[in-house]
Design a protein around this ligand. Structure first.
Ligand code: GRF
Length: 204
């Protein structure tokens, strides 16, 4: 099953997916890695892994976010991609790309959604004083970090935690959760039919 990974930076979740795809019984192969940042560290990682990579910077498109996404969409189609994994892709998507890949685009978010959507989730979790924090893999819909949840992993929060320490504890879980959830999703083991019918219902 051909997938693409969209990144903007470090690419450690991408690396976890690359490693998982090396296992012969993993149900995905990486057809393309795209970054909107030409100097993303993750792009070097992907190149070293011998994967097809593309930098599609958003800057030349100015305020036309959809034009940038049309370029991404064209590259995904050209590469024969069937499922898209956002992995630290730091642009909010317009309805164009969200609709084009409805039910076929996953994201990993560093909190136990619906708690702490958006940025700075570890700071927010510490400020809220929660005892549990974690990460979520979800389908991408128009609302930011609001799509149907596919899987979550949690970690304890310690009173002495710093945002950095907590982030590291969560990241370790992300690296296990994303490949595992992608595999279950592609094998049809997760209930996504509901999502598709919701999408249809919303449009009707
Ligand atoms: C991860 O915490 C991910 O959950 C969030 O952005 C971070 C990306 O890290 N969306 P990396 O680029 O995968 O190392």
């Amino acid at each position: 099953h051909p997938i693409a990974i969209l990144i903007s930076g470090r690419g450690s979740n991408m690396r976890a997916l690359i490693e998982a795809c090396r296992s012969p019984d993993f149900p995905a192969r990486i057809a393309l890695v795209i970054s909107n940042q030409a100097d993303a560290l993750g792009l070097d990682l992907a190149r070293e892994a011998g994967l097809p990579v593309l930098a599609i910077p958003h800057r030349p498109f100015g305020r036309d976010r959809e034009a940038h996404e049309r370029a991404i969409d064209a590259a995904l189609r050209e590469a024969g991609v069937e499922t898209v994994c956002l992995a630290g892709y730091m642009r909010v998507l317009t309805p164009f790309l969200v609709d084009a890949w409805a039910g076929k685009m996953l994201n990993i978010h560093p909190s136990l959604l619906p708690h702490f959507p958006g940025m700075h989730t570890h700071e927010a979790a510490l400020a809220a004083g929660v005892a549990e924090h974690g990460c979520t893999v979800h389908l991408v819909t128009a609302g930011v970090d609001a799509g149907p949840i596919l899987a979550q992993a949690s970690v304890p929060v310690h009173p002495s935690d710093t945002p950095e320490g907590l982030a590291a504890r969560v990241l370790e879980q992300e690296h296990a959760l994303y490949p595992e959830t992608l595999a279950r999703f592609l094998r049809g083991e997760l209930p996504v039919a509901d999502h598709d019918s919701n999408v249809e219902a919303e449009r009707n």
